[in-house]
Design a protein around this ligand. Sequence first.
Ligand code: G3I
Length: 300
Amino acid sequence: ASTLGAAAAQSGRYFGTAIAGSRLNDSTYTTIAGREFNMITAENEMKPDATEPNRGQFSFSAGDQIYNWATQRGLKVRGHTLAWHSQQPGWMQSLSGSTLRQAMIDHINGVMAHYKGKLAAWDVVNEAFNEDGSRRNSNLQGTGNDWIEVAFRTARAADPSVKLCYNDYNIENWSYGKTQGVYNMIRDFKSRGVPIDCVGLQTHFTGGSSLPGNFSTTLQSFAALGVDVALTEVDVTNASTSQYAGLTQACMNVPRCIGITVWGVRDSDSWRSGESPLLFDGSGNKKAAYTSVLNALNAA
Ligand code: G3I
């Protein structure tokens, strides 16, 4: 196949990108995005600060713009994200305790009701762990260690049809403390029947030419717990072709690795634009890393 999305579809997977609403009037951008990708994540527009700017007053115009752009083209959408220490609206940042706990529940219910039955997955909780595998200190963590499972139980009840994911970065290396912390939480959730369907490994790679240690083992180990895995925010320093090929191959090797999303279209669209980390250059030309990914998808 000659596009990333079609090549991934040959093995029943998707290949996605993050879309920024501010770029949707750029025809070079939309042409590439609509041609190459078949899964879309809103880069910022479905986050708590965007969707509930004032408590109890929801705003879906920016998220819906991306949702509509995608679905008009037959592309699926991942929701990102419902409960996170970052990009909280100001009113939420100042809450704590039972008030914040209830605000989190109300936020999940309000946003998920709007998108009920429409999305492929939700990143229910994002980035809740420290590098050593302990829980990240945040206002949400301060409401009690059970906040993550409360978020997932709330989400399942709000929309039983959507896949519920835990999403984080630096959980690709199996020997890393954070990977083990997340793994132990997922194992605990599965053993106690806390609803969770998937783990998103953000896959923001920095430097080097080889993959983080035992990346395939990590994917296989999560999958063996009975969850799908996905690479959800891929970008790689200077778009190392060997790392791009390797991460693609690692996903293809694991039947429950259901898809790959890169975190932006062109280098100039990236939050790491100074590191040229994506598959298209600033002019929209395919880079060498594009070919390495396409070949790995086609070989699967
Ligand atoms: O929209 C405002 C604009 O009005 C204002 O003039 C400008 C001035 O700074 O800021 C604009 O907002 C920025 C927004 O991106 C849109 O461009 C925010 O400052 C900026 O903080 C925000 O950064 C986003 C970042 O998350 C925030 O945490 C990045 O675009 C986005 O790519 C990044 O994505 C995260 C994932 O959600 C989670 N994993 C890590 C990943 C990379 O940091």
